[in-house]
Design a protein around this ligand. Structure first.
Ligand code: DGJ
Length: 751
């Protein structure tokens, strides 16, 4: 048994006063205790003699063997074993690992069913357990992975005896990271159908309500804006009912102590490895405890589980930090970079690309693209990405989605010719698809109107002039993937941007039977995963970048398929400070699609310097999104310099630790961050002045993440100071003007 998960059988004796009999007596409890240890955190749960699975502790590492005293069974006068008449109270106050609906726990449940008789109560009890090295995959679903020496897994098999539903709770503890991954498997072990009304993936019953809730919310072009509020009685949370993880709420939340800051205090982060409807909630209960839950949204959800069938719920990643929000973020970053993102580009510098979307929108042809590529190649740009508009008869967003064949009027000479010409310039070639969509004006829709998601007899709502394809239907997926394959096999394509520009309405499928219609939301997501899995296995060398009208599907599940995701359609450097800060709360900079675009910015109309745009995009994957043949010459001339900087420092942002120094959500005047190499031998500091103000002296900014005792050279000024001076005293930054920026490279002396 790996020592990261300890299993003990305990025989406990409790002295207690029984108020019904008026006597001092003792009672005993045979209990199983499971303690999960990561490097700095402990998670403990217990199985009581009745089979109930209780939460014992989650937090800073405790080396003690037995934490079961924290359950305070001796104080609880309603323990089921000793007092059947008060089971209701027992259920409503015990901290549960996986609460069910209908037997007395009135807090938010994780599981609700309709059994053979249409009854919804259920109550799971422990049956057996398994502990093993490594981490299991989740069938048909993205999930974090770990080798046998990197993680240990506990599986608790439980059962709701009356309905025959088996529930397996899965916990993986990562040894070196303070991460616990949780998921749930259901199996219908009864001879009758069971309808699953809700199946969440994780619950933590905390013993306190002294938390702030942090969420990442927004809209199109304003994704992942961080919000923080104090918990109060009742339920508060976020969700998506839109069919994708969404611009509006990211499937992430953190519970942090009221005094937690960027570098100090406790933080518990929860992130859902899922791209569809989700539910995330913190509930402060009557006794001022907090129940945190996360999983697939039960809203408009039903899953028919026939006898012997299984259902796997996606995983929730839980991160614990006792050193503030910054440390929580770095744990997420390390986990995702090493145990989620796959493929050739996992640890590789990504090619510097130029995307033609903001340069041309739909108005381009082969000649225009080649002229952009010709100019770009001279400046050191390594890849041309042809965005929306190359297929069907697509001259605007009014047509052709679903017609994945080349629009010869624009791509004169064909795709192979264009790609060859770009390759001849020494550049790679990338292409845009929106594989989940169909335009009403398309050959595909005319041939197969039933392939669009719709409800017969109801108006089919368009959004951006398009419908969503029914990805729950394998025939649809096969057809679309077949068309994509033809394109990908026809030329040397080395990058794909997979876009998704609308959310679901009239959620009905022509291929699902009546009693499975409510499965569409989840089956749709599984269908998307299926095609992404085929794509990434058939084309392992292609760099896949996800996108959804900007960053509406910036979630960990998408990172499993694509090492980078387009962060937002808002490319303004100042707006991006917030968007990228919010995104970095749980996602690594190596995954954040960020480009230098033209000014005035197309979304907000702001003009910022080319330099600042470059510095902000360097805190992302870096690339260009402008007409390089038309921008001012001075800007064009600075591209090679920017690319040189990107090449010199990209290893730091891609593989190093990120330290947020400024917080534009709190102070709109400036922002700053650092990337520090893992061995702390070098660091890149970036400072952006949002608005200039009259300063008597320069601003003193404290660095972070360095070795106190190491001497570091400021390669700009040549000054040498200890890490201690730089972090406690700071450096003096003097910048003039709005939207100005600078980067400084620090290298360790005599390292
Ligand atoms: C939305 C994306 O976010 C943009 O970058 C661009 O690809 C457009 N779609 C194209 O329609």
């Amino acid at each position: 048994m790996p020592n990261q998960i300890k299993y003990q059988e305990l025989h406990k004796e409790y002295p207690r006063y029984f108020w019904q009999t008026g006597k001092d007596e003792t009672f005993t409890e045979d209990m199983k205790l499971f303690t999960l240890q990561s490097r700095n955190s402990t998670y403990a749960l217990a199985v009581l003699e009745d089979g109930f699975i209780c939460h014992v502790y989650y937090g800073k590492k405790i080396e003690d063997n037995d934490l079961s005293y924290l359950l305070r069974l001796d104080e609880n006068p309603w323990t089921l074993k000793t007092n059947e008449r008060d089971k209701g109270t027992f259920m409503d106050t015990l901290p549960f690992e996986y609460p069910c609906h209908g037997t007395g726990d009135y807090r938010e449940p994780c599981l609700m069913i309709n059994d053979r008789d249409g009854m919804s109560s259920c109550e799971i009890k422990y049956v057996s357990h398994r502990i093993y090295a490594g981490k299991p995959a989740i069938e048909g679903m993205p999930a974090t992975f770990a080798g046998e020496g990197e993680a240990s897994t506990l599986e608790l098999l439980c059962k709701d005896e009356p309905s025959g539903l088996e529930v397996t709770l899965v916990y993986t503890v990562f040894h070196e990271l303070d991460v616990i991954a949780r998921s749930v498997r259901l199996k219908n072990a009864s001879p009758d159908d069971i309808n699953i009304k809700r199946v969440l993936s994780a619950c933590v019953d905390f013993d306190t309500d002294k938390f702030d809730l942090i969420t990442l919310n927004g809209s199109w072009a304003r994704e992942r804006v961080m919000e923080r509020s104090r918990l109060h009685h009742g339920k508060q949370g976020i969700d998506s009912v839109r069919g994708e993880s969404s611009h509006q709420n990211n499937p992430f939340f953190a519970l942090v102590s009221n005094n937690t800051g960027e570098d100090t205090g406790e933080a518990y982060g929860f992130n859902f490895v899922y791209s569809g409807n989700f539910f995330a909630q913190a509930e402060v209960t009557q006794h001022k405890k907090t129940r945190a839950v996360m999983g697939i949204n039960h809203f408009d959800f039903n899953w028919l589980l026939e006898p012997s069938e299984t259902f796997s719920a996606p995983e929730v990643i839980m991160v614990y930090s006792s050193e503030g929000i910054g440390n929580m973020s770095r744990t997420f970053h390390d986990l995702y970079r090493n145990h989620l993102i796959r493929g050739e580009y996992k640890n590789k510098r990504r090619p510097v690309l130029i995307n033609n979307w903001e340069a041309t929108y739909f108005s381009f042809d082969t000649d225009k693209l080649i002229s952009i590529a010709r100019q770009a190649s001279k400046l050191g740009i390594e890849m041309l990405v042809m965005d929306d508009g190359w297929f069907g008869r697509r001259d605007s967003d009014n047509s052709s989605l679903g017609d994945w064949f080349v629009y010869e009027k624009k791509i004169k000479g064909g795709l192979k010719y264009l790609v060859n010409e770009v390759n001849k310039l020494g550049m790679k070639f990338g292409i845009w698809f929106e594989p989940e969509m169909v335009s009403p004006d398309s050959e595909l829709f005319r041939e197969h109107p039933e392939w669009a998601i719709q409800i017969k007899g109801r108006y089919m709502s368009q959004s951006r002039g398009q419908y969503v394809l029914d990805y729950s239907n394998k025939e649809v997926r096969d057809h679309i993937y077949g068309m994509m394959k033809k394109i990908l096999d026809s030329a040397n394509i080395e990058y794909i941007k997979w876009d998704m520009n609308r959310q679901l309405t009239e959620a009905g499928s022509s291929s699902l039977p009546k009693n499975r219609q409510r499965e569409l939301w989840h089956r749709y997501v599984l269908g998307v995963y299926d095609v992404m899995e085929r794509l990434t296995s058939d084309y392992p060398h292609i760099l896949l970048e996800n996108c959804s009208g900007g960053g509406a599907r910036f979630d960990p599940a998408m990172l499993y398929y694509s090492p980078q995701i387009w962060c937002s359609d808002d490319t303004d450097a100042i707006e991006r400070l917030k968007i990228q800060h919010g995104t970095s709360i749980c996602y690594p900079v190596s995954a954040m699609g960020a480009h230098v675009s033209d000014c005035p910015n197309h979304t907000v109309g702001r003009t910022t310097s080319f330099k600042t745009r470059g510095h902000v995009a360097m805190a992302g994957t870096f690339g260009y999104e402008l007409d390089v043949t038309k921008i001012p010459e001075a800007d064009r001339n600075s591209i090679p310099v920017q690319i040189e900087e990107f090449n010199e420092f990209n290893h730091l942002s891609r593989e190093g630790d990120q330290y947020r120094i400024g917080n534009v959500f709190e102070d709109n005047m400036w922002d700053a961050w650092m990337f520090v190499s893992k061995d702390k031998s070098e660091a890149l500091f970036t400072f952006v002045q949002v608005l200039g103000r009259p300063n008597y002296r320069s601003r003193r900014i404290k660095l972070k993440g360095l070795n106190e005792k190491t001497l570091y050279k400021n390669t700009e000024s040549g000054e040498i100071h200890s890490g201690s001076a730089l972090m406690n005293g700071g450096i003096n930054i003097s910048l003039h003007g709005d939207f100005s920026s600078k980067i400084i490279h620090f290298t360790a002396e005599r390292f």
